[in-house]
Structures are given as C-alpha cells and as structure tokens.
Ligand binder design. Structure first.
Ligand SMILES: [Zn+2]
Length: 465
C-alpha cells in the first residue's frame, strides 16, 4: 500500500537565515496578493473581464510571467527572486483553488467571501517541490533518476535551495520518495517557530486491522472518555503556564496601541500560546496512536462545536441564560481541538486498516446505556449519571461513550491488549509517533467514579504486557 506521509520538523535557523526565510515568505506572499488583486479586479480566472475579453488570470497564464530571469531584470521586482520559481507557482495554485472553492460555494448558495489577502502577521509559509537524496532513488552512476535532488538532509540539518544548510531537530527517520516541502512560521511572526513539513510517498506493508471497537465521548468535564471506562488524560496547562499567559495578556493590554513595545509583548504572548498548543497536540497524537493500535473500529460523536457553544451570550434582545458559566464551559470545550483529534484518528486509522465512524450524538449524554431511557434528570452532575428508570450508575462520559458505540452499530469484540498492539503495529509505526506501551500508560487511566472507587474492568486493560 502506498501512502503520502507528512513529516513535520522544527527548524533552527540562525538570525541571518531567519531574515532570509522571512523575505522568501514575503516574496511569495506578494505574488499571491498581486495575483489575487488582479482576479478581484478582472473577475474569474476563466471568464471575461469588464471589457468582454478573456481574462487570463489563472495559474497557467500567470506562471509564465514569473520567470526569475525576467524578475531579476526589473529593478522593482528583483527582490522577489529571493524565492524559488516553484514557490510562486504553488502560491498561484493555492489561489486558483481558493477561487474555485469560492465559486463552488456561490453556485450552491453557501454564503462566503472571496479569497482574502495573505497577511504578514499570520501567513508566513512557502512551498517547494522536493527531490531528496533519499537512498533508493540513486542510480548506479550517482544520478537521481533524472531528477537532481534539491533537498539534501542529514541528522543535523537540511539544505534548502537558495537558503543553504539550516539546522533542524530531527526526531524521526524520513523515508520514501519526497514530493513537496513547506516551510512555515507558527506562533506569531516576530517570535514564532519555524517548521518544515515534508510530504513523502512511502510504501507500507498492507495493514492488518486491530480487532474490537471502541467509542469516544468528547466532553467538557472529561475531555476524552472511552466506552470501556478508560479516560485519556490531557492535563490542563500548569499553574505556572497559566500565570505566564495571563501576565503576558495583561502586559499587551496595558501597552500603548501601535507601539513597538506592544508588538514585542504580543509576540511573547503568541509564543507562549503556541507552546501550549504544541503540548496539547502532542498528547492528542499519542492518544490517537494508542487507540488506533488497539482498536480496529473507533466510533466518535459527530460533534458540531458551534452548536455546543452558540447559546452563551445571546443577543441584546434575547440575552443568553447563565452566560458566565456557559462562557466558562465554552472555554473548556475549546481547550481541546476536537476536529484535529478526529483528523488524527482518521488518518492514523486509514494507514492501519481501521475505520472511524462518526455518529450523531444527540441525547447520548441523557440516555441510559442499560435500559435506554432518555431523561434529562438522569444526568445528576457534570460527572455522575444515575438512571431515573432503572437506577444504573455510571460516569456521564463513559455512559455517553457506550451509547455512541451502540449507535455506531460496531460490536465491541475482542481487542488487542497494549502489548499485542505494540507487536502488531511494528509495520505501521510512524517515525516520531512510535507506539510504546510505557509511554501511553500515563495517557490512559481508569475513570474515577464519584464515590472514589474505580471502574473494575480497566485495571486489566491497562496492565502493560
Ligand atoms: Zn436505565
């Protein structure tokens, strides 16, 4: 089986390299914005302009004008030649796609805005074609199948065209036939971290899906609860981090608008928040990897975050009830990126031969998993569920997860123990997410019932081989 895998690695550019990277981003952005402006002025990429002529503002026609030699001769545009020509073409491709999506939406009657302009604050990335020095591509004479490698890397760093060697934190083996590389800055422009995302086509052995099924309830009180009673721990930010972020927020709000100091403080705030985001996503990667290794079928609620949070404030005519506590809950709901978690599950499951089923989760938190009675009063608190019809007691999240599993139609058959999944997944392990039972034993823990006892079945499930 062939799959496309993306490796994301952190770059450690020097100060000069960083400014060079920024200039490259700026050049690509300038081309994107100029092309976008043309399209806004003259209409569709394929269609007629205001004078009834064919407008040729599509990637195909515009990329011809972007030859670097031409640009270098023009004193006004010479600065653009810091970037590679294919970065421009990828940017135009993105723009084409954005406009296509816009017109598709218009046709379907979905309200939407035309593609926006890229901003220096948040849109700092450029893409390039990647041909690597990976082994296996090299022929006997030392040629690379007619394609010269433009990206050369070793454990210390990566050599990018026009930029030279940039050191990186290499935490995984990069395999396969490289396709593209995207260099991007995340977490604020001034103090952000630089990353490179390399996509590569790799051959993997045909996966053998793990047996068994599990369902996940994504809630506010317990972020990730499984139907077998386990919960995934995603600890909230430490007090120290929370304090730091609050202090940074305060510092931003107290500095004068448009001042340099405010800019610097905003950058610091963005950096702190980015660090926190990285921590949460790292945990989600580990939890999703563990789930995919152990279970073949994963049922997940088809969650619409906007539905859960919409009612908090209401409008002036119709103010929301209990707005303060709802706002607090909304913060909790947003504390874990649920869509990202689902995406992680889906792509990992696809590579491991498993499947992810999205289930409409209406009333799953009010339904009794034992007798099926639906009653609001059964949910006694954020955590405790006591059925008013049959007296069944459970944790709210575990009960909801069981209902989701029943709705998905999947049968919770025999499942792999963590040690089995470790053996079985040797072929499908992803470099930087290599599954190890020891690493996950702290991710999952038995759910605490309200009376302090733990649910019985979990202790065996989590004993590591
Ligand atoms: Zn019941």
């Amino acid at each position: 089986m062939q799959i496309i895998r993306t490796y994301k690695l952190r770059l450690k550019p020097t100060r000069e390299q960083e400014s060079q990277l920024r200039q490259t981003c700026a050049a690509v952005r300038a081309v994107y914005n100029a092309a976008n402006e043309q399209r806004r002025l003259y209409g569709r990429p394929q269609g007629q302009d205001a004078h009834g002529r064919d407008s040729h503002f599509s990637k195909l026609n515009q990329s011809k004008d972007l030859s670097l030699r031409k640009l270098e001769r023009d004193p006004d545009l010479a600065w653009l030649s810091i970037a590679q020509a294919d970065s421009f073409i990828y940017a135009l491709e993105d723009l084409d796609q954005a406009w296509r999506k816009f017109f598709d939406n218009l046709r379907q009657g979905v309200s939407c805005y035309p593609p926006r302009f890229r901003s220096a604050v948040q849109d700092n990335s450029f893409k390039m074609r990647a041909v690597s020095n990976a082994k296996g591509k090299q022929s006997k004479k030392g040629h690379f199948d007619g394609r010269r490698p433009n990206i050369i890397f070793n454990n210390r760093g990566v050599r990018l065209p026009k930029l030279g060697w940039i050191s990186w934190l290499k935490h995984c083996r990069i395999r396969g036939d490289l396709r593209t590389a995207v260099v991007t800055c995340e977490g604020g422009f001034a103090s952000g971290r630089w990353y490179i995302c390399i996509t590569s086509k790799i051959d993997i052995a045909d996966p053998v899906p793990a047996g068994g099924a599990i369902s996940i309830d994504l809630g506010a009180a317990i972020p990730i609860a499984l139907s077998n009673g386990e919960v995934a721990k995603i600890p909230p930010p430490s007090n120290k981090t929370t304090k730091r972020i609050k202090r940074a927020q305060r510092a931003v709000s107290r500095s004068k608008r448009w001042s340099r100091r405010r800019k610097a403080r905003a950058a610091r705030l963005a950096a702190l928040k980015h660090k926190e985001t990285v921590r949460v996503h790292c945990k989600l990667h580990k939890v999703s990897r563990m789930l995919v290794n152990r279970f073949g079928t994963i049922a997940i609620e088809d969650l619409k975050v906007s539905n859960m949070t919409r009612s908090a404030m209401g409008t002036a005519e119709d103010p929301g009830r209990n707005a303060h506590s709802n706002a607090a809950r909304n913060q909790e709901i947003f504390s874990i990126p649920k869509h990202a978690f689902r995406v992680y599950l889906e792509y990992k499951a696809a590579a491991a031969g498993g499947e992810v089923i999205a289930v409409n989760a209406t009333h799953t938190s009010q339904t009794c998993a034992e007798c099926g009675a639906v009653d609001k009063r059964s949910r006694q608190s954020q955590t405790q569920f006591v059925c008013v019809a049959c007296g069944h007691r459970d944790n709210v999240s575990t009960n909801a997860a069981t209902n989701i599993l029943a709705k998905s139609g999947a049968v919770a058959g025999p499942r792999k123990t963590p040690s089995e999944s470790r053996r079985g997944s040797a072929t499908s392990s992803i470099g930087h997410e290599a599954p190890s039972c020891a690493a996950f034993s702290d991710e999952l823990s038995p759910v605490e019932a309200d009376d302090g006892s733990t649910t019985p079945d979990t202790s065996t499930a989590m004993s590591c081989g």
